[in-house]
Design a protein around this ligand. Structure first.
Ligand SMILES: [Ca+2]
Length: 124
């Protein structure tokens, strides 16, 4: 179960990155960021032409699809996190200890997978 331990280790960093991204989307003036990007291209575009060319090509050809897929993943991740938080405090046998703290690793993975399946929506 090293994968589970690894996921638990990096989950706080992923959560912080997602919160920072949400904050940036709602609080930063996106037009100003795009203008700054254009200014950077004006002065440094010749220094890294291949990288910038690849970036612009990706932005034109696949960014919209990738952006929609990433937005879906973020939304589903948030739904899973909310469902997981509800599961984390459940105490169905009323012994004062959260049920997830009484599960074996295998059972915990099964419960987590079930929570994920409940929240997963499949876009067609
Ligand atoms: Ca319990």
């Amino acid at each position: 179960m090293q994968i589970l331990a690894f996921i638990q280790l990096i989950q706080p960093a992923i959560d912080k990155a997602m919160e920072a991204w949400k904050w940036a989307q709602t609080n930063l003036p996106i037009d100003l960021v795009i203008a700054a990007w254009g200014l950077i291209l004006c002065f440094f575009g010749g220094t890294f032409p291949l990288v910038l060319g690849a970036y612009e090509a990706f932005k034109i050809s696949g960014w919209d699809t990738s952006r929609a897929a990433i937005a879906d993943l973020v939304e589903q991740s948030e739904q899973y996190r909310r469902a997981s938080e509800v599961d984390d405090v459940k105490d169905d046998d009323n012994d004062g200890v959260a049920d997830v703290d009484q599960l074996s690793t295998t059972e915990l993975v099964q419960v987590s997978a079930h929570a994920h399946a409940r929240t997963h929506t499949h876009a067609v």
